[in-house]
Write a protein that binds this ligand. Structure first.
Ligand code: AHR
Length: 650
């Protein structure tokens, strides 16, 4: 849960201060900033546009994800019912409460003797002693700290149920406003039988005020016994996928132009112990066949977001899957010895890869087709484990090699990622993780400048400036942006990078890690300043890096320049982490620029400034235009700002 193996190098080479260059600010600064800020420089940035020196990795920016901070349950996965399978602990049946209206009398309990499937062998038993149409009895669910309801919207639900006698009658499902008690939508399900069966219903709201202060009630109007399990309710989802994802969060991710998705973790892949690892076979197929499992982040995962849902998430956002397979090491230190003991885990990984990529004529490809997705997914990267530097047994080398040979024998084109140094075989890619303060990223933005280009490629599979809570503040965004300039400059070797953690439900009971890139509650979501920095960088990636030098800039000034030669476009990222403005004299050798460029700028009055659920747009990118002539540009980068200049050449 800490940085895996960041290797600290020295500070950036100090830059000399130029004596004789004049700078002209082309973009006027807001008066308040202009008055408060000194201007340093000018520094000289020389870009040899006609001299590309390295390719930019098209997969540089992607997403890393795991079940943490209610990232899926209570987050991206749009299920509205919390604890839909009635798990109980010392406090009772979590998130469920008894409803006894008027003179009704009832009790609820967990029945371990009956359930709808082998995976869900238990159920909620509701014994109704007295009830009537005017005095109904049942249970209510409070959702993931509320249930967001919108006007004129259809919510689709289902449950598994059985009754002891037909006398219990029909079941009423209602969405009820917490404060007023008003029923906002209601449906009746009749014909519940004596054997377990799934029942579907829809709930349609009318002209209501959008609010998350609502709950779901499941009630009956007669005495008798009703058993329930897998009570589920979904709002409209992204691309209308059944069992799908929240639209607002998917749209936020789409704006990041992610090239890949690393899943299913993180520590979530490893589990607290071997028993609670991400066991992919238990996450596929009908929901009723998924038992769910404890996540290492101290809550139960429904596994509604299972292997196929991860892949469909990739499909929806045009991301490559980066599939992490369990490699025989868990967080409590348990490990599996390489050799015969590890064989079942290797076999399971091979089957998992076949589930992802196999034709329908293969065993696991056929299973994927039966699960609703006949078309195989394209897979290029498989990661063996997670943060195996923490495995003190020294078994990773042997474990990696065993997976490596078995996977390469069947899938020679797959690129295999190692999560710790390996000696016995050369990994294709190494995954490195960095969780640091902004100052450390400022000092280490040149981290990969001198990395050996003949070694394995690098995947910075987790990185973050850890400042701000629950989401990063603007100071963290400056650290992130400085670090990203180094990733871009070295993206011939750093082929992929992903911030972590991605998501946080900002309800205090939902969070285990801070900061996290995107925050939300049941109703709202927002991007942090760091999120917007990534949107800005990834939206202006480019295909090549031209030769460039910078002289005379302050120590907390960072840049990256890329270009798209086919489009004759230059993308210049400028990060000024000093509170002083930085004057720049930019020389674009080899081309003549068009008269108008575009500027996307992110800034804040203070490094502690941030976005919140209440103020989601306090710090957002601002677009403007920039007049440019010929091959030179005098430009002033405001203090504490992140900017992307898009310039066109003729
Ligand atoms: O991102 C949070 C955790 O940090 C990840 O699960 C783990 O890989 C790292 O230690």
């Amino acid at each position: 849960m800490v940085a895996a193996f960041p290797v600290w190098k020295g500070f950036p080479v100090s830059r000399t201060f130029p004596a004789c260059l004049l700078a002209v600010a082309i973009v006027a600064l807001p008066t308040s900033i202009a008055l408060a800020q000194q201007t340093a420089g000018p520094a000289v940035l020389t870009i040899q546009v006609d001299h590309p020196v390295a390719k930019v990795s098209p997969t540089l920016y992607g997403l890393m994800t795991e079940e943490i901070n209610h990232s899926y349950d209570g987050g991206l996965y749009a299920e509205m019912v919390q604890n839909r399978t009635f798990r109980a602990d010392w406090s009772g049946i979590r998130d469920w409460y008894l409803v006894e209206r008027g003179q009704a009398e009832a009790k609820m309990d967990i029945d371990t003797t009956t359930g709808p499937s082998t995976a869900l062998p238990h159920s909620l038993r509701l014994d109704v002693i007295t009830a009537s149409a005017a005095s109904s009895a049942g249970v209510l669910n409070t959702g993931y700290w509320g249930m967001a309801l919108h006007p004129d919207t259809t919510y689709r639900g289902s449950f598994y149920a059985k009754e002891d006698t037909p006398q219990v009658g029909s079941v009423t499902v209602s969405l009820v406003a917490n404060q007023s008690g008003n029923t906002l939508a209601s449906a009746t399900v009749s014909g519940i039988g004596a054997a377990w069966q799934q029942y579907h219903f829809t709930l349609k709201t009318g002209a209501i005020e959008p609010s998350a202060a609502n709950h779901l009630e499941v009630t009956v109007a007669h005495a008798g016994t009703l058993w329930l399990n897998l009570v589920s309710l979904f709002p409209p989802t992204f691309h209308n996928r059944p069992n799908g994802n929240r639209i607002d969060l998917m749209e936020k991710l789409a704006a990041m132009h992610p090239a890949f998705l690393r899943f299913p973790g993180g520590n979530y892949l490893e589990g607290y112990d071997i028993r609670t690892r991400f066991d992919w076979k238990k996450t596929i197929g009908p929901l009723v066949d998924r038992p769910g499992h404890p996540s290492p982040w101290d809550y139960l995962s429904s596994d509604g977001m299972g292997l196929l849902e991860f892949l469909e998430w990739c499909e929806d956002l045009h991301m490559q899957p980066v599939l992490a397979v369990y490699a025989g090491y868990s967080l409590n230190g348990e490990h599996v010895n390489p050799g015969p003991d590890l064989e079942p885990y290797v076999e399971s990984a091979l089957e998992e890869i076949q589930y992802v990529t196999g034709g329908t004529d293969t065993e696991w490809g056929a299973k994927r087709a039966a699960d609703g997705h006949p078309k195989p997914f394209d897979l290029q990267y498989v990661e063996i484990g997670n943060e195996d530097t923490f495995d003190r047994s020294g078994s990773y080398d042997g474990r990696y090699v065993q997976f490596y040979h078995a996977i390469k024998a069947k899938y020679p084109n797959l690129q295999l990622i190692a999560t710790a140094p390996v000696k016995s075989v050369r990994p294709d890619v190494i995954d490195e993780h960095y969780y640091v303060r902004a100052t450390e990223f400022f000092h280490d933005a040149d981290h990969y400048d001198k990395t050996d280009r003949s070694g394995p490629k690098i995947f910075v599979g987790e990185w973050a400036t850890r400042e701000g809570t629950p989401t990063p503040n603007f100071g963290a965004a400056l650290g992130d942006a400085a670090w990203m300039t180094g990733l871009e400059r070295n993206s011939d070797i750093v082929i992929m990078a992903s911030y972590a953690p991605l998501f946080v439900n900002v309800n205090p009971l939902a969070m285990q890690w801070t900061p996290d890139l995107i925050g939300y509650d049941a109703m709202h979501s927002y991007g942090s300043p760091g999120y917007y920095a990534q949107v800005m960088f990834a939206s202006h990636l480019g295909t090549e890096r031209p030769a460039a030098t910078l002289e005379g800039a302050g120590a907390r000034f960072f840049y990256s320049v890329t270009e798209d030669r086919a489009a004759k476009r230059i993308y210049l990222k400028l990060v000024n982490a000093s509170s002083d403005a930085q004057a720049l004299d930019i020389d674009f050798s080899g081309v003549r620029l068009d008269v108008q460029g575009q500027v996307t700028a992110l800034s804040a009055p203070d490094t502690q400034a941030t976005n919140t659920v209440e103020h989601p747009d306090a710090i957002v990118p601002v677009e403007s235009t920039l007049a440019v002539h010929g091959d030179r540009l005098h430009y002033s980068v405001p203090g504490d700002s992140i900017q992307v200049l898009q310039l066109q050449w003729r």
